[in-house]
Design a protein around this ligand. Structure first.
Ligand code: ASP
Length: 296
């Protein structure tokens, strides 16, 4: 079994990942690891920058007794012109037990999964999907608010380039939430309702802010410092229109003072940003365990 996209995951698999992650979350807090994947090898192959996803997949592997081995792509034969397919064949010949890949091209993990016999986990492909991020977001919401069903979840920012938004827009409605996507008009895909950030946040139970992915923009937005925050960001005034207990999320990396006011990001009561990172390890433990176990 691979984890390439949310659509590729059946409902019972999603439920099992969320339940297992919740158990691991509690166990990790007590620093109780497991030897469930003792002796296994997980390859981490990141063609794009990462802090949270790369480190949490590696931590997850180690907490399960497996070894995580990272390919530093910029120092690998990729820099000598090797194709993705040839790299995949090479890595497959070393017989890893799982391969985690992040790539700037949409669907690159699916290409690799055709070649590599071990389970492949998509750690983010271009503007397409980031399924383990959506799973950890759902697990975080459930942990904090007790449910996902019936919640109004505003996802605001650069929707057009966000694989996090795409995966969440598929997963969260399957769990019974109402998802509202909003952002600057030039950063909203044409096929979604054109909501303003203010409209999306009003009455929301969860407000998830996204970074403007300037590395994927052809033209700069041309905004002056502070302008994006005032027009589209999460400010105290906008947050005041959400439900009184609304929580704040961000997949990171965040640009303080751009999509989110720094003091809101640091709010100890309402900000779930650190909880998302902690839950990320537990969700990736659950994912690694399920895909590797399913193979045997
Ligand atoms: N870390 C997330 C991703 O890799 C979000 C972002 O980069 O803004 O998709």
């Amino acid at each position: 079994m691979d984890i390439l996209s949310i659509d590729g995951l059946p409902n019972d698999e999603i439920a099992a990942i969320l339940d297992t992650a919740d158990l691991y979350f509690s166990g990790n807090r007590g620093r109780r690891g497991s030897e469930r994947l003792h002796g296994r090898i997980v390859f981490n192959v990141f063609y794009e920058n990462s802090t949270r996803t790369a480190m949490s997949f590696a931590t997850a592997a180690h907490r399960l007794g497996a070894s995580a081995i990272a390919l530093s792509v910029e120092r690998s034969s990729v820099a000598k012109g090797e194709t993705l397919e040839d790299t995949a064949r090479t890595l497959n010949a070393m017989r890893p037990d799982a391969l985690v890949i992040r790539h700037r091209e949409n669907h690159a993990p699916a290409v690799v999964a055709e070649i590599v016999e071990a389970p492949v986990l998509n750690a983010g492909d271009g503007t397409n999907e980031h399924p383990t991020q959506a799973l950890l977001d759902a697990a975080t919401i459930r942990r904090r608010l007790g449910r996902v069903e019936g919640l109004k979840i505003a996802i605001c920012g650069d929707i057009r380039h966000s694989r996090v938004a795409r995966s969440n827009a598929k997963l969260l409605p399957r769990l019974g939430a109402e998802v509202r996507l909003a952002g600057p008009p030039e950063l909203l895909p044409p096929d979604v309702p054109q909501l303003s950030v203010a409209e999306a946040i009003a009455g929301a139970d969860v407000v998830m802010m996204l970074r403007v992915q300037r590395e994927r923009l052809e033209d700069d937005l041309g905004d002056a410092p502070g302008e994006y925050l005032a027009r589209y960001g999460l400010t105290a005034e906008r947050l005041a229109t959400a439900t009184p207990g609304a929580v704040i999320m961000h997949p990171g990396p965040m640009n303080r003072g751009v999509e989110i006011d720094g003091s809101i990001a640091d709010d100890p009561e309402r900000s779930l940003i650190a909880l998302q990172v902690e839950m990320g390890v537990a969700v990736r433990m659950a994912c690694l365990e399920r895909v590797i176990d399913a193979r045997n």
